[in-house]
Design a binder for this molecule. Structure first.
Ligand SMILES: [Cu+2]
Length: 286
């Protein structure tokens, strides 16, 4: 008698095939379209160079080790397979070999930790990101409050001060709980899902979340940072070229996680960026 599962199997299979038929052409079209293919998109930030270097070192070393270990496993499986009349042979092991294959990865991992620490220090110093060119001026400070399933991006406006946020004021029309009684909030600029920055400037994003954990991911800039409710985490980067890029959420944050997408526009000059800010400024702000 057919079970529930076996009766449903053709329907499940058909569903999977339909999903594949729908997703695969899209994925192939994306891969062929250039920027967001199957591999890393071209790096457009100063912080990306050192990160990519470390990534490739780890990939090559672990790739070679993986091939060697899996190859040895297959050779041993075949060479020492059970044979009629064969006898098991007890071995205590080899202390020298064990010492070597423990020490070599340990030394490699310790070296990697030291190099990573150096890169981390370069891109996330407590005093601020130094990767952008010296003399590039003060950092452009932007606040991002992540939520299911959007990026609430805010600029402080002409006064350079972010207005107060109050969680009690969060509503369907006031997504970040901006306090209208605070004069500093009057000229704040809200730009949902649209991050605008000028090229060549230090960017400091004050990142937080108002509900669950999200991860602020700029693949082209090699930036990935968790957004944590109740914490403000500073993210530093810069843009080496003007253009349009994507923001993704890299943390499974709910049913519409896939939908949590934003866009980065890098303006070719400070003037162009300031013109965009002026255009977005609230009409009532002085
Ligand atoms: Cu998310």
């Amino acid at each position: 008698m057919p079970t529930f599962c076996s009766r449903r199997r053709p329907a499940v299979l058909a569903g999977c095939l339909a999903a594949l038929a729908w997703l695969v052409p899209d994925a192939l079209a994306q891969a062929a379209s250039g920027r967001y293919g199957w591999w890393l998109p071209p790096n457009v930030s100063t912080v990306g160079g050192p990160i990519d270097r470390i990534f490739y070192v780890i990939l090559i070393v672990t790739g070679v080790v993986c091939v060697l270990v899996q190859g040895a496993l297959v050779i041993f499986l075949v060479k020492y397979r059970a044979r009629p009349g064969g006898r098991a042979h007890y071995t205590h092991g080899n202390n020298r070999l064990e010492l070597i294959w423990t020490a070599v990865p340990a030394i490699f991992l310790a070296g990697l930790a030291l190099v990573s620490q150096q890169v981390w220090g370069e891109i996330k110093p407590s005093a601020g990101f130094r990767g952008a060119q010296d003399g590039a001026g003060d950092p452009v400070i932007i606040e991002i409050v992540a939520q299911q399933f959007a990026w609430n991006i805010r600029y402080p406006g002409a006064d350079g001060v972010f207005g107060r946020r109050d969680v009690a004021r969060v509503s369907g029309t006031n997504l970040i709980g901006l306090d209208p009684t605070d004069p500093a909030s009057a000229d704040d600029i809200l730009s949902p899902n649209q991050l605008h920055i000028p090229v060549g400037r230090q960017i400091q994003v004050r990142l937080t979340s108002k509900d669950v954990l999200h991860s602020f991911f700029l693949p082209d800039f090699r930036v990935k940072q968790d957004a944590v409710p109740g914490m403000q985490i500073n993210v530093f980067f810069d843009a080496l070229e003007a253009g349009n890029f994507e923001i993704a959420c890299a943390e499974l944050c709910g049913l519409q996680h896939y939908y949590m997408k934003g866009y980065v526009t890098v303006h070719e000059s400070d003037d162009a960026f300031n013109a965009w800010l002026a255009e977005k400024a609230p009409a009532h702000a002085e």
